[in-house]
Design a protein around this ligand. Structure first.
Ligand SMILES: NC(=O)C1=CN([C@@H]2O[C@H](COP(=O)(O)OP(=O)(O)OC[C@H]3O[C@@H](n4cnc5c(N)ncnc54)[C@H](O)[C@@H]3O)[C@@H](O)[C@H]2O)C=CC1
Ligand SMILES: CC(C)CC(=O)C(=O)O
Ligand SMILES: [Mg+2]
Length: 367
């Protein structure tokens, strides 16, 4: 089959990790007989620099007519204050909104090979961990009104960010999360701050209604401050976490460390149809950009999610996941997941080893 994939490398380490993702996807194409046709477009700071916009119209048009979108990362200090008020992150929020991608799946999956890369004690994490964070992606405080009011007395000047959710937005993300739980261990924790926030109280009421359609699912609520603590103290209690845009953003970065590094956390953003946007959960990592140090696994595992969710290619997705395991088995590590006795490799080399493992297929153990 032929597929049209839009690539949006973006900024910082974005182009480096995207190059590895494309290499891996081509290797999957070779092994399974698919052709992936790429169309590269601008987003974020790269879009501001070249076309004066963090989300040029050509990017939107290409994404809308694609089978799936792969994104690197956006942002960096260079664009912290752009003259027209545009920012790289605005382009990212806008593409998610424009494509209607309200459901963000972030699986925090600990590979047994990385047990010692996690800062948590082995007794706490065991030899595996598998938590799915389902984050609402196109509403909440990131999409509410952001405003600053300048007052005569500078000390009175204030800023506001509004958290907004309507029932429909809450219900659709809950249904996606509960559906996921039905395919897993039928256990959901809805994370909120219902002891303070009106939006969280609404989330709780809607959850109680939605849960009636999922009698087999064991669900509970947890305040976000407690959840942040419990993720570190006893992560094994969680299976599916459903939460709002901002809480999901924060908790998923925290959960990534349970798996060894933010460089391991893939993500898929989906809406009503099959079109999806796939990106690592991390940002553009300006501190290591251009140095061949970034871990490309989060992006490569996002490619596996793309094959599974947007293209329906399950065996192909599994081939990538097995190849990642194979490379970890052999002890090859970028710096972020380095452990004693392992062999240091860079971004490009990791991509190449994963390609090699895909090519060898069932004989992967030979690399
Ligand atoms: N989806 C996106 O495009 C996102 C963009 N950002 C933007 O990225 C820029 C940097 O943000 P930060 O807060 O520093 O977050 P970040 O995720 O870019 O980096 C945080 C830390 O994690 C490390 N790191 C990130 N990805 C890594 C990888 N693949 N391998 C090894 N180490 C990795 C970085 O070196 C840094 O020390 C900002 O402009 C921010 O707005 C932040 C988060 C998500
Ligand atoms: C612009 C930010 C909301 C991006 C981010 O941190 C994320 O999606 O994880
Ligand atoms: Mg984030």
């Amino acid at each position: 089959m032929n597929y049209k994939i839009v690539t949006l490398p973006g900024d910082g380490i974005g182009p480096e990790i995207m190059a590895q993702a494309v290499k891996v996807l081509d290797e999957v194409g070779n092994r399974f007989g698919h052709t992936f046709n790429y169309e590269e477009h601008l987003i974020g700071g790269a879009g501001i620099d070249e076309l004066g916009s963090s989300l040029p119209q050509a990017t939107i048009d290409a994404c809308k007519t694609s089978d799936a979108v792969l994104l690197g990362a956006v942002g960096g200090p260079k664009w912290d204050t752009t003259s027209n008020g545009d920012r790289p992150e605005k382009g990212l929020l806008k593409i998610r909104e424009t494509l209607g991608l309200f459901a963000n799946f972030r699986p925090a999956l600990l590979y047994k090979q990385l047990q010692h890369a996690s800062p948590l004690k082995v007794e706490v994490i065991g030899d595996s961990l598998d938590i799915l964070i389902v984050r609402e992606l196109t509403s909440g405080i990131y999409f509410g009104r952001h405003e600053r009011t300048i007052c005569d007395n500078p000390k009175d000047t204030y800023a506001e960010d509004v958290e907004y959710y309507n029932v429909g937005e809450i219900e659709r993300i809950l249904r996606v999360g509960f559906d996921s739980a039905m395919k897993r261990n039928k256990k959901v924790v809805v994370v909120d701050k219902a002891n303070v926030l009106a939006t969280s109280k609404l989330w709780r009421e809607v959850t109680q209604e939605v849960a009636k359609d999922y009698e087999e699912v064991d669900y509970s609520f947890m305040y976000v401050d407690n959840a942040a603590m419990q993720l570190v103290a006893n992560p094994k209690q969680f299976d599916v976490i459903i939460t709002s845009n901002m809480f999901g953003d924060i908790l998923s970065d925290e959960a990534s460390m349970l798996t060894g590094s933010i460089g391991m956390l893939a993500s898929a953003s989906l809406g009503e149809g099959t079109l999806g946007l796939y990106e690592p959960s991390h940002g553009s990592a300006p501190d290591i950009a251009g140095q061949n140090k970034a871990n490309p696994i989060a992006t490569i595992l996002s490619v596996a999610m793309m094959l599974r969710y947007s293209l329906g290619l399950e065996s192909e997705a599994q081939a990538i996941e097995k190849a990642v395991e194979c490379v970890l088995d052999k002890g090859y590590r970028t710096g972020d997941i380095m452990s004693v006795g392992c062999k240091y490799i860079g971004t490009k080399e990791k991509g190449s080893y994963i390609c090699e493992a895909i090519k060898l297929g069932n004989e992967q153990r030979r690399i």
